[in-house]
Design a protein around this ligand. Structure first.
Ligand code: DC
Length: 225
């Protein structure tokens, strides 16, 4: 079974996806981390981020993998060619660069192929922007998770503070969120938009636990248990 969780940055997708996976005993895939890995690799080799061919080659050739922190069933560590990049892909510089890289069709083609291959391996909660529309249009459960811009900025600041990476300036984070939404929604390939059959959930006035329970209940109903 595939549970697709799409939505803009900071809506709570990661927290919700990981908790739903844990509750149901599913694997979990953070596709945003994969786009971040390509942006980081392009930045590190000093490539022009607008060079679609080069970014596409990076997406095809770099081996992106996920790993577990001991005792945690949900994979939270990220590796590129065996080198850990879990924190390196969350910097403000990667935040600023990733929308440019993820707008390239060649990059999307390469990563979507990897995501489909991974997702066929079993039961998955997959979070991203285009999972219900492009990557797995037949996903059994599709959720489009949103929250107000201010709420999303507030959560991102808390997350960056806890991680010790990325900006903790509310106005800067809010401006980046608005700018990225605009880029993600207006790109020609796989723009950020809800699938027609997705359940739209606004997490602004709800607790994260309530959203998690709601999605788990939908998954159980879809599977008939
Ligand atoms: O979820 P995130 O903020 O880590 O995502 C990073 C970027 O990757 C974001 O700008 C949108 C892009 N992305 C995408 O285009 N498609 C996906 N399936 C996941 C993320």
């Amino acid at each position: 079974m595939i549970i697709a969780i799409d939505g803009p940055s900071g809506a709570g997708k990661s927290t919700v996806a990981k908790a739903v996976a844990k509750n149901l005993g599913f694997s979990c895939l953070d596709t945003g981390a994969m786009y971040r890995c390509v942006a980081l690799a392009a930045l590190e080799e000093g490539s022009d981020l607008s060079d679609e061919q080069r970014c596409g080659t990076i997406a095809r050739e770099k081996a992106i993998s996920f790993g577990h922190v001991e005792g945690d069933p949900v994979p939270k560590r990220v590796f590129v060619d065996g080198v850990e990049v879990t924190d390196a892909i969350r910097t403000a510089q990667v935040d600023r660069s990733v929308s440019i890289v993820s707008a390239h069709p060649l990059v999307r083609e390469a990563l979507v192929e990897q995501q489909r291959r991974l997702g066929r391996e079993g039961d998955f909660v997959i979070e991203g922007r285009d999972i219900g529309t492009v990557v797995f249009p037949n996903a059994e459960v599709k959720v489009f998770l949103t929250a107000s811009n201010e709420e999303r900025a507030r959560r991102r600041v808390l997350q960056n503070e806890a991680r010790g990476v990325g900006s903790v300036d509310f106005d800067e984070v809010l401006a980046d969120i608005v700018r990225r939404d605009e880029l993600d929604s207006s790109r020609t390939t796989a723009p950020l938009t809800p699938a027609e059959d997705a359940v739209q959930m606004d997490s602004t006035g709800r607790t994260i636990e309530d959203v998690i329970d709601d999605i788990c209940a939908r998954a159980r109903a879809a599977r008939g248990f």
